[in-house]
Design a binder for this molecule. Structure first.
Ligand code: SOE
Length: 386
């Protein structure tokens, strides 16, 4: 069996999700190239030792540059905070390694373009972690659109709502610091919505947005922990330098109009990642918290049964159904990462670029930045001007 040797940087939330994907892939997709979990890297010696043992990596290191020197590493998988994506990806490409990088690709459009140039110059494969494309119900929506079964697309409306920083004493973790995260809800959650729009509807031509930072200062954290961080509310405070919520409107090249909302202040919404698409022949609604389902409406249904129907995307007609469980036996969040890894392995077998790749990462960054410009300038911005 052919194998691909992986070196991973980062071992927290996304590092765990990607590690799990590599571990499960050979069991469920035995005919694919097998990812070999060679070396995982993290800055904290105890943390990385424990993660390596727990996730099933052969070795660990605290220096990512070590990974690039090794001949037995084929691909670098970057799951570290966004501020280090650029340097690691560019150096990895220069060392001839293939690169898989979590979203958002970079802190800025310019940085993301440099990353794309580097992987293209090196002739390596590159992928970006937009995992939600790989939910079978989302792939069903794409199929209905591509086959013309929703007709001409009029509306794309999407919302990604979370509430994990609603407490004003939640600490100033790295995701709330512009120099590390690039932006707040916009780049973290909005990036997923933008990629979904690109995947399902196509390019956006013009955008206009608004954003708000509701809590301007937060207690400094004792360490840069993630979504479940707890802090000392009496600690010294620092400024929140990213958006808590960003909303924007868009026009698409195909004539559709879109609305997008990304917020970490939607009380009661732990992670509602949804979209609705309305076309001349029908509509679909997706909600990630019910990720196995797609609500589907067809204009041509007989009048007496018109309405949204709930399709559970686990039947033989749906993506990846042959690999998982019998129809109706559902899959979860982690499967979107397994399917992303499968796409990566298929790209190696077929000797093509995986999709989504750094081009998609750059396209997303272009819209993120166009929205930021529109907010600064209080006007519509042409995406192609950036
Ligand atoms: C936190 O807001 C987060 O984990 C994002 O960073 C992920 O990209 C998103 O999929 C879920 O929420």
């Amino acid at each position: 069996m052919e194998t691909l040797n992986i070196g991973m940087v980062g071992y927290k939330f996304m590092g765990k999700a990607h590690s799990h994907a590599y571990r499960d892939l050979p069991m469920f997709f035995p005919k694919h190239i097998h990812p070999q979990m060679k070396v995982i890297c993290g800055r904290n010696p105890e943390g990385i030792a424990q993660a390596a043992a727990q996730f099933g990596w052969e070795e660990y290191t605290t220096d990512w540059k070590e990974l690039l020197k090794r001949d037995d590493i084929d691909l670098i998988d970057i799951n570290a905070p966004s501020d280090v994506h650029k340097e690691i990806a560019i150096e990895a490409a220069k060392a001839g390694k293939h690169v898989f990088c979590e979203k958002p690709l970079a802190l800025t459009l310019e940085d993301s373009r440099e990353m794309l140039e580097a992987v293209e110059a090196a002739g390596v494969k590159h992928m970006v972690g937009f995992n939600y494309r790989f939910a079978p119900a989302v792939m069903l929506a794409k199929k209905l659109i591509d086959e013309g079964r929703l007709g001409d697309i009029y509306h794309f409306r999407a919302w990604f709502l979370q509430d994990w920083i609603i407490d004003p004493d939640f600490p100033l973790v790295w995701r709330l610091q512009k120099e590390i995260a690039g932006s707040g809800s916009h780049g973290d959650l909005g990036a997923h919505l933008i990629d979904m729009a690109h995947y399902l509807i196509g390019d956006m031509t013009d955008v206009i947005g608004m954003s708000e930072t509701f809590i301007k200062e937060r207690p400094l954290p004792s360490e840069m922990t993630g979504l479940s961080a707890t802090g000392n509310k009496n600690a010294e405070k620092g400024p929140v330098t990213v958006d808590d919520a960003t909303l924007f409107l868009a026009r698409f090249a195909n004539g559709a109009v879109g609305s997008f909302e990304a917020t970490r202040f939607a009380t009661g919404h732990r992670s509602t990642n949804s979209f609705e698409i309305n076309g001349s022949k029908g509509s679909v609604i997706f909600d990630f918290e019910r990720m196995n389902e797609l609500q589907v409406y067809f204009v041509d249904d007989k009048e007496d049964v018109q309405g949204f129907r709930r399709v559970v995307a686990t039947d033989a007609a749906h993506a990846y159904s042959d690999v998982w469980w019998p129809a109706g036996h559902t899959i979860g969040y982690e499967h979107t990462f397994i399917h992303s890894a499968v796409e990566l392995m298929e790209a190696f077998r077929e000797d093509r670029q995986p999709v989504p790749n750094f081009k998609d990462g750059v396209k997303c960054q272009q819209v993120l930045e166009a929205v930021e410009q529109s907010i600064e300038q209080s006007k519509w911005i042409k995406v192609s001007d950036l």
